[in-house]
Design a protein. Sequence first.
Length: 320
Amino acid sequence: MKDPAKFPLLHLPLLAIKEVLSTLSPLDLVNFSLASLKSKKVAKYFFNQHLSCGYRLWLGIDEELRVGIIGTENIYYFRLISDKTKDGHREERKLFKYSEDPLSDFKKYVEYAIDTFCWPVSLLRFDLGAFIAQSISIIDWLKPHVETFTYFYLHSDIISDEYVPYFLNNIEVTWNLVLNTKMSDNFQLILPRSIKAFEILQSDFVTLDQLSSFDCEFIRLCNTKISNQELNQFFKNWMTSKSNINLQNFSIHIENMESLETILNLPHDRVDPGTVRTFRRYRRPFHVAGGIDIKRDDGKITTFLLEPYMEFLHLVMITR
């Protein structure tokens, strides 16, 4: 960039500067602030005092490092690449930056956005195997930079028995955690009680005892090895208030319709298919025709329904 002292925008009246900055995308706002110390102060002041955009950061840590900036109906991306010929290339709402040390530059960009504009991290997608030698140090770096009320998505194609517990012991998660990680068959997952919503896409390691210990409001299990008989016992435990007291929504993959004969071998009421009721899931209302109701010993009622999820059939339990 040219000499910042001669940058014409900085010589405009304050009102004019505000109007110009309000038209910039978050990517351009960051670039402007990097031009000089003065432009950084101007951008920081006007954003924090006058531009109530409410931007948040989306971090993607996998083979390609990227930072998403969310705040409007659009998402803007800063992407670190190894192709030097595409350095500075713009593609709609994406900015590409060549880097010889992408992980270090990624951290610097995130820290700068947080320190300068106070943009919180509200979504994290982390491939634990992408930087396997640095996975622990990345988690240590994330600890002071992510909010507790964040959507966390952990992925890996490697056995992650070491990294998942380390993440959960060092990053406070109070809302949504999705695990799409490969775990050993005897892995014992200890889930913090602070987590409200939990999804495991490779849940073949989860036993009935582990499931019963998950004190979450929302649970979804895919690719499970929990048997129909064990599911039947799980629901019986719920009906007698022995486990999962706070569970509001539960979804699990079942083999076929015939599985219900064993799973629902317990006291229940079948609701007329012509009866349509309104439920809420993840705070969103939706309508259910019919269903199967069971009652807990404290009077709380839950409804079962079947729905497709990806290529599977899922049994869904919704508590009113």
